[in-house]
Design a protein around this ligand. Structure first.
Ligand code: WQD
Length: 343
């Protein structure tokens, strides 16, 4: 399996976005090759993949900073492009352990670029983030917005990653950087979803764990912001829409012709701003339940309002979101009920 096929390397493919992207690659006729060190993910998602695709997962366990490991994968598979999801991504944790974040997120990127060069692989899709913008002056934010000071070392690793990639295209790489807004939800089949390790940092898994009785109550980090209902505003995008954009980005890269070396960044969001309190309401009404939550103090580092202007990716790749926020809330809850043994 996978020997001669057009294989797409999916680093961090045992994680939330990587696993959903592996499904979309498979369903579009490509062969995902997953590498993951399982440091912040779980084999559960790897076990869920075959239930959706009907195929055994092509998985290599290892670390993307380990050049020998990467070389062994590239020599066993005909890798034609790389999608790089493997990175630490907790804003709060990055403030606590900055060196660990810079080392892991930056050195894994450099190692991949070095090994790709050795094997003549040029096409690279990078998981970036809306955090590269800091608190944007203009909302909705578009790709020409400046990189303001990163709110966290995590955000800084994404800014530095893009700078490394932009500088590298001169030596022959073709790069698309996808700046995720807030990926939420789970696969409609319920076989894969979000699996935070420990106490969730992100809003939606905290909500679903509270609804499942694993957490006593959700704390809303502040309702005294300068917004309509006082809570922060974000752009919550279904994880399958994020995954489908990666397949579009791959095909976009292949459409721009062999001679061009390019770096292009695209916002990946719905373009709709939703407040924390509105999302809670959507979760409750979509799943016909009421959630226990209280208002707490602001979380340091939070930007008040950020949502995307997605017109560039829509125009260049013909991508658009297929799922609504309500569907994302239903899928997230179905997944939580399944992994909590509630269904
Ligand atoms: C969203 C809102 C919180 C938890 C981060 C990364 C970003 C991307 C998505 C990777 C904020 C509020 C949260 C809680 C709350 N990551 N909240 N109670 O910080 O917007 O973005 O995750 O791609 O790069 O920066 O996401 O889900 O942590 O917070 O009130 O228990 O929910 O204050 O306003 P964030 P988040």
């Amino acid at each position: 399996m996978g020997q001669g096929q057009n294989s797409i390397l999916v680093t961090g493919g045992a994680g939330f976005i990587g696993s959903h992207t592996a499904v979309e690659l498979f369903e579009s006729g490509y062969h995902p090759v997953i590498v993951d060190n399982l440091s912040t993910s779980d084999r559960l998602l790897l076990e869920g993949l075959p239930k959706i695709t009907g195929e055994k997962v092509d998985f290599f366990e290892g670390d993307c900073t380990d050049r020998e490991f990467l070389r062994s994968v590239f020599s066993q598979r005909n890798i034609t492009a790389v999608m790089h999801f493997a990175a630490f991504k907790s804003v709060g944790e990055s403030v606590e352990f900055p060196i660990r974040y810079f080392r892991n997120n930056i050195d894994s990127l450099i190692a991949l670029l070095e090994v790709m060069k050795e094997f003549g692989v040029r096409d690279f899709i990078f998981s970036s983030s809306c955090t590269v913008y800091g608190q944007p002056e203009k909302i909705p934010v578009n790709e020409s917005a400046p990189f303001l000071k990163a709110e966290s070392p995590y955000g800084a690793t994404k800014q530095i990653g893009e700078q490394i990639l932009e500088a590298s295209v001169r030596s022959g790489y073709r790069v698309v950087s996808l700046r995720y807004f807030n990926p939420v939800g789970a696969h409609p089949t319920g076989h894969i979803g979000e699996l935070p390790v420990g106490v969730p940092n992100n809003l939606v898994p905290y909500i679903t764990q509270t609804a499942a009785g694993l957490r006593k109550s959700l704390t809303v980090f502040g309702n005294d912001y300068d917004t309509a209902d006082g809570s922060c505003i974000r752009d919550f995008i279904h994880v399958v829409d994020v995954a489908r954009a990666h397949v579009k980005a791959l095909e976009y890269l292949w459409s721009i012709g062999p001679e061009s070396n390019s770096f292009e960044a695209f916002n990946l969001g719905t373009g709709v701003g939703v407040s924390v309190l509105e999302l809670i309401k959507s979760f409750e009404t979509s799943n016909k339940l009421s959630l226990s939550y209280s208002i707490g103090s602001r979380r340091p580092g939070d930007v008040i309002k950020v949502y995307a202007d997605p017109s560039r990716i829509m125009k260049a790749m013909g991508w658009k979101p297929d799922f609504s926020l309500e569907e994302a809330m239903v899928h997230a809850w179905n997944w939580q009920k399944k992994i909590s043994g509630l269904t």
